[in-house]
Design a protein around this ligand. Structure first.
Ligand code: NI
Length: 196
């Protein structure tokens, strides 16, 4: 089932999401739905709050980067395998130099901005079978995780921008909330006028 993606301005995107337990109902079909929803929107990451569920789950699939000519061969090989489910994740450390990457978000269509983040992370999480992992990621893989992890903390990439940049995009963000900026996938807009 494809869920509509919640647009900027919905309070669910601002909540700190709750952990789930292994008896969460229909978890595996929910995860299937998350992947289906993400692929329908051509995304490489999706967090549960973006489909209206304030729970600590996010998924990534960076395998499309396998063919990205702009990346090094090492990155392509790594990202070609990078498809994962992160449940109850906790970033335990971020380190290294900050570097800039032009980020976008399925909840904030038509805005892309440069965001600085640290290069390397250590993250603890449960996989889809509730097996515990602690792993280190760097570069683009870390970047995708940091962006999705922010979602389960109620943070959006626009929060990382300078005060000036925030002022510059404020009007556009309001338009997104009102449904005046359309995406080519199904969305739910918090301030859209009800159709009569
Ligand atoms: Ni996002």
């Amino acid at each position: 089932m494809i869920y509509p993606i919640v647009a900027y301005g919905d309070p669910v995107l601002r909540k700190k999401a709750q952990e789930i337990t292994a008896d969460y109902p229909n978890l595996s079909s929910f995860l299937d739905d998350m992947f289906e929803t993400m692929y329908a929107a051509s995304g490489i990451g999706l967090a549960a709050p973006q489909i209206g569920k304030s729970i600590r789950i996010f998924i990534v699939d960076a395998t499309p980067f396998e063919d990205d000519e702009d990346l090094s061969e090492a990155d392509r090989a790594l990202l070609g395998q990078f498809k994962k489910v992160f449940i109850n994740a906790e970033i335990v450390q971020e380190r290294g130099d900050e570097w800039v990457f032009n980020e976008g978000c399925l909840s904030i269509p038509d805005i892309r901005e440069d965001v600085f983040r640290k290069d390397e992370i250590t993250i603890k999480y449960l996989d889809a079978d509730f097996n515990a992992h602690e792993e280190v990621f760097s570069g683009i893989a870390a970047r995708i995780i940091q962006h999705e992890y922010d979602h389960i903390e109620g943070i959006l990439f626009t929060d990382h921008l300078s005060a000036l940049k925030k002022r510059m995009i404020k009007g556009k963000l309001t338009q997104i909330s009102k449904g005046l900026v359309r995406a080519d996938y199904k969305m739910k807009y918090p301030l859209a006028k009800k159709k009569r």
